[in-house]
Structure formats: structure tokens, C-alpha cells
Design a protein around this ligand. Structure first.
Ligand code: ADP
Ligand code: ADP
Ligand code: MG
Length: 476
């Protein structure tokens, strides 16, 4: 083993499952971890599990979004780095810059790179310059409705109006006609202003029912850039990912190699460092760059399962100043992994959030099953945050076996007290088009019938539950 530079203490500027994921990586690397939390998160597992934890006040959100307070706390507690997770301040260039100024490592790329890639029109320009094909669209932001209407005539309907600083699937509207564009344009602007604090919007050609394929990259900032192959995130609802798969079961070897190469070229072009994701739309044989996420992604798990690379560990190694632990030729993948984002939502009621106390939780297990979550029996899901409460990740050697394993793991799991998307995912997993690996971003909208399921369990399951209850009663 070569001698590696090592971080001593890391502040985790996030909450929930991703905070716990980072705390776990630190524990395995003998790095001390510091959690921050706001009062609604006082009973969060990540708070209990970190070596130290500090409250940032009563307000649910402001503590997680306060750069100065977080950086100062990191300095006061003797941390040498901050991991921002995803969401919150993870793609906030000003936060990364503050870390740079105050002499604390930001676990991610340089602030200037976050700035460049966080602005989707700037990112498109950088990619075009680097020879990466981008989705046809406006050269820059759209100053007025008139400019938008003119641009749409050039591109041709349908078009997408998108928030320049958008994320999380919000601030995106499809317009099929000038009339729709007139109606939607101001809505995107107001949504963008509210959600992202920026009124800037731009336009892309709407690629009708494409596949969402993204490539995981790792770069050490010392000249080494590699990719860890792709994820297929086409199973989405309203531009938000529900189910992710690695590798994509619907990609040729040529497409795989080409997209991997494009992603590395994209990362090199901007001087990338740390883990990042280059997102593409794939339509037939056409590949279009869509955006780059300059942070750990929710679905990093499935890439870890097929490649064996611990992506958070790599982020921590890179931040400490080490070169990448792997060369491109060291990266292989095996089998398939599927991640189900189990959200606290009611699919049969417009996916309305369903917060509250988890009265009973029994984790699925067995071969090839991984659960990333911060919930436990008795935990009360606070209503202030994202509704994702558990990531169920399964791995197996073949596509068919992986689907069967996902179904089995969902059957294993018991999660009572709140409504979740789990049963809906069983419907998707059983669908012949999904099983034949023929799906695109239009799948969920095209199959509203999958929302018509009943809560009644399979008869054999009821019998088993009954047998278990009798056994328990009899004191076995
Ligand atoms: P991923 O790209 O990892 O799949 P998502 O798009 O699901 O991630 O977003 C993960 C979390 O980060 C969600 O809570 C989402 O709302 C939040 N998020 C992502 N981008 C932004 C952004 N630009 N501004 C605010 N929140 C964001
Ligand atoms: P976010 O930053 O919110 O993740 P993205 O630009 O990555 O936004 O787009 C999110 C999703 O919206 C994509 O995965 C895709 O399903 C859809 N989408 C975005 N742009 C287009 C487009 N030009 N044509 C078709 N679908 C698109
Ligand atoms: Mg995206």
C-alpha cells in the first residue's frame, strides 16, 4: 500500500441518508465526522451516528443553507474539510469559494467550475467549445417572451423552457405551441425565481421521449480523469428520477464507449476535480449533453454496486490531495444494479407527500440488497424536507435476476405509518416493457394504469404473516 494523505475531520453539511452515507465513509477511513442539524432533525440517525453534532437552530432549513455559519463551525471544531452532499449548498459556488478563502477543503470541484457548470447556458457553451454535442437550443438566456417565441420558431416545437440555475427536476416546462409558450414562459420565470433565486431561463428543443443516460466521472485535479460507466435514469415522473439502473440495459457497446469518452472529455474541458455526473439525453443514435452535476448524486449507489468503487471514499481521498486510486483500465462492471427511490408519497393521490411517524420498519436484506436510509421504527419524517426516505438498491448478475431480486426485496420490506412509492414500484418492475428493457422518459406518463393497484398482499404472504403471528403468540 502506498502512503496516502488523509483528512482528519470532516464536517457533513447535509442531512438524512446522504449525511449518514458520508459519516459511514469517514468511519471506515478513521476520519472524525461532525454533523450539523436543525431542530426538526434532532432525532436523525446521522446526528446520532456522527462523532460530534451541532444544532444550527429551530428553523428547519436556514441552518443547512447558511455558508458562513457552517464554515465557521467547521473551523471552530477543527475540521479540515466540508462534504456538502447533494441539494442544499452542494452546487453553491459562493459556499465553495468561502471554503477556499477560509482555508477549508470543499469536497467537490473548484468554485469557479461549480459556477460555470451550475449555469446551464454557460455549461452548454463550454461543452460546445469542447466538441461535446449539446441539445439544440438557445445560445444564451432568453430576455423576453418575444425572444422566446422567435427562438421557438427557429428550433421548432415542441420546446422546453428551462431554469438556467435549475435542479431537482423543477423549473422545466414543455411547450407544444406558441400559445403554450406564452402561458408557460412567465410560470417558469416565477418558479425559477422562487426555487433558485434567479429569473434566468433558456430554451432547448424538446427531445420527445428520450432516454436519460448519465455517466459518473472521477477526477483528481492532478490530470487524471476516468469514468465509471453509465446509469439509466429514464424512469422519471415530472422530470424527477424514481428508478435508476446501472449499467443501462438498453445501450450498445459502441454507445457506452462513446458516452464514457464524451463525459471524460467534458470533465477535462472544465478542469474538473472530485466526483461528478455528466447527464445526456439519448434519442435513437443521437446523444446530447444536457447538464453536469458537480456533486455526489443520489444514485451513486448503483455505480458502486456494479464497479465496486466506493465513490464517497474516492471523494475524500481526492480532497486530501491523493491521485485517483484507479486508472480507466482498472474499472470493470459486473451484473446490474437497480435503485428504487422510496419516497414518503401517496402515488394514488397525485404523489402527495405523506409525512409522519414510522410505526414499524423492517429492512429488506439477503443477497445483493443494500439499503441507504436514515429512518428507523419510531422515527418521525419531518415535513420540511425532500420526501425521499429510503433508497433500496439491489444487485445481481443478470437483468432478469435483478428485477426478481428487487421484487423480492420489496416484499421483504415492512414500512408502516406512512404511504410510500414501494407498491407502485412493484407495478413498474412487473411491467413487460420494463422487463424487456424498453422504456424511455415517457414510460411513467404512458402507464397511468400502473397506479391502480390494491394494498392487499399476495395470498401466500398473508398466510406467512398469519403463521408468523401465530408463532409469536405461541411464544416460539
Ligand atoms: P440527482 O441528480 O442526484 O439524481 P436530484 O435531481 O434528485 O439528484 O436532486 C437531489 C436533491 O437535490 C433533491 O432534494 C433536489 O431537490 C435537490 N436539488 C438538486 N438540484 C438543485 C438546485 N439547483 N437547487 C436546489 N436544490 C436542488
Ligand atoms: P435538472 O437540473 O432538474 O436535473 P435536467 O436538465 O437534468 O434538469 O433535466 C431533467 C429531466 O427533464 C431530464 O432527465 C429529462 O427527462 C427532462 N428533459 C430536460 N431537458 C429536456 C429536453 N430538452 N428534451 C426532453 N426532455 C428533457
Ligand atoms: Mg439533471
Amino acid at each position: 500500500m502506498s502512503h496516502k494523505l488523509k483528512l482528519k475531520k470532516v464536517l457533513v453539511a447535509n442531512r438524512g441518508e446522504i449525511a449518514l452515507r458520508i459519516v459511514r465513509a469517514c468511519a471506515e477511513m478513521s476520519i472524525r465526522s461532525v454533523a450539523i442539524y436543525t431542530e426538526p432533525d434532532r432525532f436523525g440517525l446521522f446526528v446520532k451516528r456522527a462523532d460530534e453534532s451541532y444544532s444550527l437552530g429551530e428553523d428547519p432549513l436556514s441552518g443547512y443553507l447558511d455558508p458562513l455559519r457552517i464554515v465557521n463551525l467547521a473551523l471552530e471544531t477543527g475540521c479540515d474539510a466540508i462534504h456538502p452532499g447533494y441539494g442544499f449548498l452542494s452546487e453553491n459556488a459562493a459556499f465553495a469559494r468561502l471554503c477556499e478563502q477560509k482555508g477549508i477543503l470543499f469536497i467537490g470541484p473548484e468554485s469557479s467550475v461549480i459556477h460555470k457548470m451550475g449555469d446551464k447556458t454557460q455549461a452548454r457553451n463550454s461543452m460546445r467549445a469542447a466538441g461535446v454535442p449539446v441539445t439544440p437550443g438557445s445560445d444564451g438566456n432568453l430576455g423576453s417572451l418575444e425572444a422566446a417565441l422567435e427562438q421557438a420558431e427557429v428550433i421548432g416545437y415542441p420546446v422546453m423552457v428551462k431554469a438556467t440555475s435549475g435542479g431537482g427536476g423543477r423549473g422545466i416546462r414543455r411547450c407544444d405551441s406558441a400559445a403554450e409558450l406564452r402561458a408557460q414562459f412567465p410560470r417558469v420565470i416565477s418558479e425559477a425565481t422562487k426555487a433558485f433565486g434567479s429569473a434566468e431561463v433558456f430554451m432547448e428543443k424538446c427531445i420527445v421521449n428520450p432516454r436519460h443516460i448519465e455517466v459518473q466521472v472521477l477526477a483528481d485535479g492532478q490530470g487524471n480523469v476516468i469514468h465509471l460507466y453509465e446509469r439509466d435514469c429514464s424512469i422519471q415522473r415530472r422530470n424527477q428520477k424514481l428508478i435508476e439502473i446501472a449499467p443501462s440495459p438498453q445501450l450498445s457497446e459502441q454507445q457506452r464507449a462513446y458516452m464514457g469518452e464524451l463525459a471524460v472529455r467534458a470533465a477535462k474541458a472544465v478542469g474538473y476535480r472530485s466526483a461528478g455526473t455528466v447527464e445526456f439525453l439519448l434519442s435513437g443514435e443521437d446523444v446530447y449533453f444536457m447538464e453536469m452535476n458537480t456533486r455526489i448524486q443520489v444514485e451513486h449507489t448503483i455505480t458502486e454496486q456494479i464497479t465496486g468503487v466506493d465513490i464517497v471514499r474516492e471523494q475524500l481521498q481526492i480532497a486530501a490531495g491523493n491521485p485517483l486510486s484507479y486508472r480507466q483500465q482498472d474499472i470493470n462492471f459486473r451484473g446490474y444494479a437497480i435503485q428504487l427511490r422510496i419516497n414518503a408519497e401517496d402515488p394514488r393521490n397525485e404523489f402527495l407527500p405523506s409525512f409522519g411517524r414510522i410505526t414499524h420498519y423492517y429492512a429488506p436484506g439477503g443477497p445483493g440488497v443494500r439499503v441507504d436510509t436514515a429512518i428507523y421504527t419510531g422515527y418521525e419524517i419531518p415535513p420540511y424536507f425532500d420526501s425521499m426516505c429510503l433508497k433500496l438498491v439491489v444487485w445481481s448478475l443478470t437483468w432478469d435476476e435483478t428485477i426478481q431480486r428487487a421484487l423480492r426485496a420489496l416484499d421483504d420490506m415492512r414500512l408502516h405509518g406512512i404511504k410510500t412509492t414501494a407498491a407502485y414500484y412493484q407495478q413498474i418492475l412487473r411491467h413487460p416493457e420494463f422487463q424487456a428493457a424498453k422504456f424511455d422518459t415517457g414510460f411513467v406518463a404512458a402507464h397511468p394504469e400502473l397506479l391502480e393497484y390494491s394494498d392487499k398482499r399476495h395470498p401466500s404472504e398473508v398466510a406467512l404473516a398469519l403463521a408468523a403471528a401465530i408463532a409469536a403468540h405461541a411464544g416460539w
